[in-house]
Design a protein around this ligand. Structure first.
Ligand code: ACO
Length: 335
């Protein structure tokens, strides 16, 4: 068995900044409500005049990660792409990134696990590397939320939260004992699938059916979220996932050097920070700038924390996420 460690990190966010005040041109909301309930000050939304898409943002982040790993595109053996907002209903984003980066006929896999997508993707990549099947895997999380949000007041409880962006990591085979991914822990509870979902278009609700019904009340093509229900489950599951990761490695909460929580809501992250008694410099948050970028959130935050020198060799880093599905999980790494 081999070990796997992150050798390259990169992220890309669109230039177009949408502040909380900017949102008031579309809906009845205000900066105070958004900041107080979520911590978000602004987010990036793709400018439709640009050629940014879920896949192209993923490819831009991937290029940076590959370069920082000291590799070229030809060294990558496999692609794992996590998103809930693919460019097309099918095929997924992995094959599109492969084409955009001019990669050979390596395999490409898409992960559909929303906010936990990057955690799932990293865990799958880790298994492929541990067994010796691949040496270098490109793991991407990318989202284009802005194209599919309800910008009217009706959608404000969901729309103000989400932002666009992408992050990527190269996970590589390592012979160094005790370094890299120590363990990953994945969970799901499908009975709550409808509490945070986008129901149509889908095979249960095809576009011709929606068009034929021509029902102005039908908003099944916008995301639905039972916010308070999701919040209550999130704080419990985040904690469980972190505890599980620590226990699996005989570690204590005091051993955590950096916790990167999925950026769903600053209040959730602060609750977790307090519960685990972590100092401010041991939890990284950037939801203030980017909102919730779902599958991209953990990897963008990890990349920024690393770029800012907040993660150093030997540090114990814990990644944790919770989201639609419900799905949740954690990854414990020794940097
Ligand atoms: N601006 C102003 N008022 C608003 C807005 C807004 N943008 N949105 C909602 N309100 C109003 C509501 O209409 C409601 O008014 P009322 O009391 O008159 O009916 C009031 O504010 C309270 O609304 P709630 O929805 O109860 O607000 P809450 O405090 O629960 O905050 C939030 C909402 C921020 C969505 C919170 O519930 C949350 O963060 N939930 C968890 C999100 C999460 O973790 N998601 C998982 C990841 S996402 C993924 O997997 C895709």
């Amino acid at each position: 068995m081999y070990n796997s460690s992150i050798t390259g990190l990169g992220y890309y966010v669109p230039d177009n900044i949408i502040t909380n005040n900017d949102l008031t041109q579309w809906m009845d909301t205000n900066d105070e409500w958004i900041q107080e309930r979520t911590g978000i000050k602004e987010r990036r939304w793709i400018d439709p005049k640009t050629d940014d898409t879920t896949s192209s943002m993923g490819a831009k982040a991937a290029k940076i990660a590959i370069e920082r790993a000291g590799l070229t595109k030809d060294d990558i053996d496999f692609i794992i792409f996590a998103t809930l907002s693919p460019d097309m209903y099918f095929p997924g984003g992995g094959v599109r990134v492969q084409d955009m980066l001019g990669m050979p006929t390596i395999g490409a896999l898409d992960i559909r696990n929303q906010c936990s997508g990057f955690i799932y993707a990293l865990s799958v990549a880790d298994q492929f590397i541990k067994t010796g099947m691949y040496k270098n895997i490109l793991v991407i999380g990318s989202e284009n939320h802005s194209g599919g949000l309800d910008r009217s007041t009706r959608g404000r409880g969901v729309t103000v939260i989400f932002g666009d962006g992408a992050g990527a990591a190269v996970l590589s085979r390592s012979e160094e004992e005790g370094k890299g991914i120590l363990s990953s822990h994945l969970h799901a509870e499908g009975k709550h699938a409808n509490e945070l979902a986008l129901a149509g278009p889908s095979t249960g609700r095809w576009i011709p059916e929606i068009m034929e019904a021509n029902d102005p009340e039908d908003i099944s093509y916008f995301p639905y979220m039972n916010g308070q229900f999701v919040f209550k489950h999130a704080v419990v599951r985040f904690s469980e996932a972190i505890v599980e990761g620590l226990k699996a490695n005989n570690l204590e909460k005091e051993d955590i050097d950096m916790l990167i929580p999925h950026q769903a809501n600053l209040r959730i992250a602060q609750f977790i920070q307090k519960k685990f008694g972590l100092a401010d410099d041991k939890v990284y948050n950037n939801i203030q700038k980017y909102g919730n970028t779902t599958a991209a959130s953990v990897i963008i935050a990890l990349t920024e924390a690393w770029e800012e020198g907040k993660i150093n060799r030997g540090d114990l880093v814990v990644l944790a996420a919770f989201g639609s599905g419900f799905t949740w999980g954690s990854v414990v790494l020794r940097w």
